[in-house]
Design a protein around this ligand. Structure first.
Ligand SMILES: [Ca+2]
Length: 488
């Protein structure tokens, strides 16, 4: 970085001059689902769960097949893409907002606000506890300075009237019908507006019409399909009877060659879910996805009706992925592709529809949208500007994606050929190496095979170097205490 630019950033973060006023100022509509795996979307190949509205966006934008989050659960992922830093740069590995770690440096939406945009969020953009924060309608781990206005969408969650069943840790079926942050399916009475995401779509539609005459950055955060799996009854028929839901293949000895830290925190075994419950979990998850997809459709329709589709960069993604029974794993945290990969669609006015197989990270959204809107791209941002991929899907900016699972001290480096997973900065918790060409389902761990010692070692060195680079930034945070002694 140029010394004068660095000095300017340190002295006046977020106040660098904007690009010339003659550049088009697109709006940014950022749609984000919570705990959504790309495997559940029909535009990513799912034949059972139909998502016509997200598919509609995919048909006019660029759909990314190798997009990765930076943290495999809500808190670190959202703090990362909003702040522009990897989790290990800010040290924000949990569920707080990143503000204390970034001082007055502008977050993604704040950067647009500082450039004259109206910036608002509806519901969950930074971390919010689901379901409790949604039941309360509270701000969660939000950052007030990121917004001109902010709106929460209170909903009944698992308390919604309807037919509910707790699937997790309920082998004898004696638990009450429903619960909170757990695998629960509720076939709910009433319409879309009973629930948080229906209210979120309604508020987003209002804001689009209200602010259609000046540039806006609008973040719309849907909380489904995060547990509890609650949706109006009308979304369930395609997935019933639940016994017709197909589970991923179960391979005998699947766990025998992976370290303990590689076993996900949620498994069919520790959740005590038999095959019936596993199939119902998939059906309930899909109904929540279908409901969320319908809400996405309402927001896209409003944009069309306001005549803004050709003036707006539209992004659809999720904070991380999710397991639906692969390797008998469930939920998030894991660094396997189903959990670390995310759906990502970006539609830019004037750009042709495309499918892009280049590696991208959620961290790239901030610099990319700033670049596309003609705003300054702060040099301190750790993501890459991928705007050239939009219009040229063969363009590449990175060879591999980087993602962490702080709960397991886990790290992932993922490139075209390999997925390398490591637990602990010194690999003390073990390693996994999967050949993604021959073994895309990640069933055979090659990390401890002598034949793969060289490639595993190379990944371990690259990972250490990557962490060092991430920690070399303008934040001035002392990492000594977080590092293992031998690395000091
Ligand atoms: Ca999440």
């Amino acid at each position: 970085m140029r010394p004068l630019l660095l000095l300017a950033i340190l002295l006046f973060p977020g106040t660098l001059p904007s690009a010339p006023a003659d550049q088009p100022k697109h709006n940014v509509l950022f749609l984000i689902s919570d705990d959504l795996t790309y495997t559940a979307l029909s535009c990513y190949g799912n034949k059972v769960c139909k998502t016509p509205n997200i598919d509609r966006l995919a048909s006019r934008g660029t759909r990314f097949t190798r997009a990765y989050c930076q943290g495999t659960y809500c808190g670190p992922s959202r703090a990362s893409f909003m702040s522009g830093y990897y989790p290990h740069a800010t040290g924000e590995l949990g569920y707080r907002n990143p503000r204390p770690r970034i001082g007055n440096r502008a977050t993604w939406s704040q950067h647009f606000m500082n450039s004259g945009y109206y910036a608002a969020r509806v519901s969950k953009i930074y971390h919010m506890g689901v379901p409790i924060g949604i039941e309360q309608g509270s701000h969660g781990a939000d950052d007030a300075a990121s917004w001109t206005e902010r709106f929460n969408s209170k909903g009944p969650e698992w308390r919604a009237p309807g037919d509910g069943e707790t699937l997790q840790n309920n082998p004898d079926g004696k638990k009450p019908a429903v619960g909170g942050n757990t695998f629960v399916v509720v076939e709910a009475d009433g319409d879309d507006l009973v629930h948080s995401d229906g209210k979120t779509a309604k508020k987003a539609v209002e804001l689009i019409h209200l602010h259609k005459d000046k540039p806006f950055w609008l973040g719309v955060g849907f909380v489904r399909p995060h547990v509890p799996f609650v949706a109006p009854r009308s979304y369930y028929p395609p997935f019933k009877p639940y016994r017709k839901m197909v589970l991923p293949p179960k391979i005998p000895g699947d766990w025998d060659d992976i370290p303990k830290a590689g076993l996900n925190y949620c498994t069919s075994a520790n959740m005590k879910m038999d095959l019936r419950r596993q199939r119902k979990a998939i059906g309930g998850y899909y109904a929540s996805v279908a409901y969320m997809d319908a809400q996405v459709g309402k927001v896209l329709d409003a944009l069309d009706q306001a005549g803004l589709t050709e003036k707006t960069i539209i992004i659809f993604t999720s904070d991380h992925g999710y397991h639906l029974g692969e390797h008998d794993f469930w939920a998030k945290v894991s660094l396997r592709d189903e959990s670390a990969g995310v759906p990502l669609i970006i539609s830019v006015p004037g750009k042709k529809p495309a499918i892009c197989h280049s590696f991208v990270e959620l961290l790239d959204l901030y610099p990319t949208t700033a670049s596309l809107c003609g705003l300054d791209v702060p040099a301190r941002l750790q993501g890459e500007d991928i705007s050239k991929m939009l219009g040229n899907p063969s363009h590449k900016v990175r060879e591999e994606a980087f993602c962490v699972a702080p709960m397991r001290k886990g790290f992932l480096l993922r490139n075209t050929e390999w997925a390398y997973l490591q637990y602990g900065e010194d690999a003390g918790g073990g390693r996994e190496l999967f050949d993604m060409v021959k073994d895309p389902g990640q069933f055979t761990n090659l990390a401890e095979e002598p034949s793969h010692a060289r490639i595993t070692q190379s990944f371990q060195h690259r990972l250490a170097a990557r962490l060092q680079t991430i920690r070399t930034n303008d934040l001035g945070i002392e990492y000594g205490k977080a590092r293992p002694k031998k690395n000091r």
